[in-house]
Ligand binder design. Structure first.
Ligand code: SF4
Ligand code: F3S
Length: 108
């Protein structure tokens, strides 16, 4: 499956959700998660993300492997918050772009 990784945190641009053919994105306060059981590995969402937060599970770098399980857990937790239409990104998205160590900012 494809995985939303750290750079989405506090940015949440949501361009990714518009293109997903199976609508498998789920929204939390400052992050989106992909349900790995629903993702069909089409890969079209990858190039939509302005901060390059989405990648295939086998491409996730060692420093971010925790995001694989996190997408699964958060997609389940946020099951009632399916998102398929783009909305505005978070107000401080530009400020948080590429800031390292954002996992500590994640709101669940
Ligand atoms: Fe949706 Fe395809 Fe992205 Fe999976 S890889 S989340 S199916 S757009
Ligand atoms: Fe996040 Fe990028 Fe989608 S910032 S909400 S993964 S477009």
């Amino acid at each position: 499956a494809y995985v939303v990784t750290e750079n989405c945190i506090n940015c949440k641009h949501t361009d990714c959700v518009e293109v997903c053919p199976v609508d498998c994105f789920y929204e939390g306060p400052n992050f989106l998660a992909i349900n790995p059981d629903e993702c069909i590995d089409c890969g079209v969402c990858v190039s939509e993300c302005p901060v390059e937060a989405i990648m295939a599970d086998y491409e996730v770098p060692d420093t971010m492997t925790s995001f694989i399980k996190l997408n699964e857990e958060l997609a389940a937790k946020w099951v009632k918050s399916n998102i398929a239409r783009k909305k505005d990104g978070l107000p401080d998205a530009e400020k948080w772009k590429d800031v390292p160590g954002k996992l500590s900012q994640l709101q669940v």
